[in-house]
Design a protein around this ligand. Structure first.
Ligand SMILES: *Cc1c(COP(=O)(O)O)cnc(C)c1O
Length: 462
């Protein structure tokens, strides 16, 4: 299996290359050259455990990897989840299900892909002898999940920029109370936008990047998308047979990463009805699926902050398929969107997507109502999925974070103190962080000083 860029100006690469490169050199995103047909495999996958299913699915994509290595990497990745099923499916009522994706170490769905990506990176480092320094900026969940994916791994140091005082104290603890020597949380004096701006400037400094072997973790990595496909399959197998072909997945989304993975499994042959992109008040995707206009709006901070996004970075993969693989057209649309902030799709087809939008007020109401009706607490992101449920279908709503990650919102909506054991443990641990000015040179100096050097690993790993 080879991987091509949505913009068509990159030579096809292997799975391992696509994973290591992240963003294609032509600015596009990697996709399989052809999507495999999974329909013939479904009977044999029926009773597999989550890790065995992940292995069976990845074998179709990671064709350049040794199978024994792949199997052990997957096994290790889901060992830290606190539920034996990894992603349990709960039935709230006839035809209404919740897929809990928050049983990983940072209690949000990003763990499912980033635990695996961290172990794949580690394997790549071991095989190549090349060390990695990872730099990312975060407003919360991604940074925590990335850190926990790479925690204590040999041959990789991780630097995360975050705005001091502007993320929740729980999110800060998840990044700073790790006890790991390869993690450097940099608390910058400034906003998230400042952090992102510096990140971008540092990545534009080619010689710095080359010298340090600097790499990014971001939501467009192909391996993340493939890892996220697996839970759609797994959930589908948990349903009674008669419900399977009329199921709609309802997915809280901002960057279009999670829901895209589900939609790809349908394109590969999983017989389901469709997908709903459930947005918060930052509703670029809801406006798109309602009107065919893809248009940037003003960012409005919400109580579901991990979906506070204006440009859905994975959406280009949808455009590629919507334009029937015409990479010239993808380039033209992305260029137009970049310069004008707008693209209007002619004869827009929704391709089995529907959408919804929930304001902060609606999110609060939903959290209260779901608790009253089902005795079940949902976090503010998951709440968006409850906005408009289609009674005629079987719905699987994806729960993307544990409610205990957002205690203030839960308390305001229900009066309940939501807790989780792993977050309680964090409160007893020491915070290790590095306050720093929002200055490119200061940050580069810090990274240079604390980066892992090529020699370190080669010395240890003859
Ligand atoms: C990142 C995140 C989302 C949005 O993920 P997408 O990739 O945009 O679909 C939703 N909920 C939570 C809790 C998240 O951390």
């Amino acid at each position: 299996m080879r991987y091509i860029s949505t913009r068509g100006k990159t030579r096809p690469v292997t799975f391992s290359e696509a994973m290591a490169i992240g963003l294609a050199p032509d600015g596009g995103l990697f996709l399989p050259e052809t999507l495999p047909d999974i329909a013939p495999h479904l009977p044999e996958w029926e009773n597999l455990s989550y890790t065995d299913l992940t292995f069976a699915f990845f074998r179709l994509f990671a064709t350049d990897m040794n199978e024994a290595v792949l199997r052990s990497v997957i096994q290790k990745s889901y060992g830290k989840f606190d539920h034996e099923k990894i992603v349990p499916l709960r039935c709230l009522e006839e035809n209404l299900y919740i897929l809990e994706l928050f049983h990983g170490p940072t209690l949000a769905f990003k763990d499912i892909a980033l635990q695996l990506l961290g172990n794949l990176y580690e394997e790549q480092i071991r095989a190549s002898g090349k060390v990695l320094n990872i730099l990312a900026a975060t407003s919360g969940d991604t940074g925590a999940a990335a850190i926990h994916g790479l925690l204590g791994k040999k041959g990789v140091n991780i630097f995360i920029l975050y705005p001091e005082g502007r993320i929740s104290s729980l999110q800060e603890r998840q990044m700073t109370c790790t006890g790991a020597e390869n993690v450097f949380p940099l608390a910058i004096e400034g906003s998230f936008d400042d952090a992102q701006k510096i990140l971008k400037e540092i990545f534009e400094d080619e010689s710095f990047k080359q010298d340090l072997g600097l790499s990014a973790v971001n939501s467009i990595n192909l391996a993340r998308v493939i890892a996220q496909c697996v839970y759609y399959l797994y959930a589908w197998f948990q349903l009674p047979v008669e419900k399977r072909d009329r199921v709609e997945f309802v997915v809280p989304t901002g960057n279009f990463g999670n829901v895209l993975a589900g939609w790809l499994t349908q394109k590969m042959g999983l017989p389901v009805t469709g997908f709903k992109a459930a947005t918060n008040q930052n509703d670029i995707l809801h406006r798109l699926f309602s009107s065919g206009r893809y248009e940037i709006g003003e960012l409005q901070p919400s109580c579901a902050p991990s979906m506070d996004i204006q440009v859905a970075s994975n959406f280009e993969r949808f455009i590629y398929y919507a334009e029937n693989g015409d990479t010239g057209e993808v380039r033209r649309i992305m260029e137009e969107f970049k310069t004008t902030g707008l693209h209007v799709f002619k004869d827009f087809k929704r391709h089995n997507f529907s959408s919804s939008r929930a304001t902060d007020g609606e999110i609060q109401d939903i959290i209260g109502r779901v608790y009253r009706d089902y005795g079940y607490l949902v976090d503010p992101h998951t709440a968006c999925a409850f906005k408009e449920i289609d009674e005629g279908k079987t719905s699987i709503l994806l729960a993307t974070a544990h409610p205990a990650k957002f205690p203030e919102t839960i308390r305001a909506a229900t009066g309940i103190e939501s807790q989780s054991d792993s977050l309680e443990k964090l409160k007893a641990m020491k915070i290790v962080k590095y306050p720093i000015s929002a200055d490119k040179v200061d940050i580069q100096n810090f990274i240079r000083h604390h980066a892992i050097a090529q020699l370190d690993l080669i010395g240890e790993n003859p």
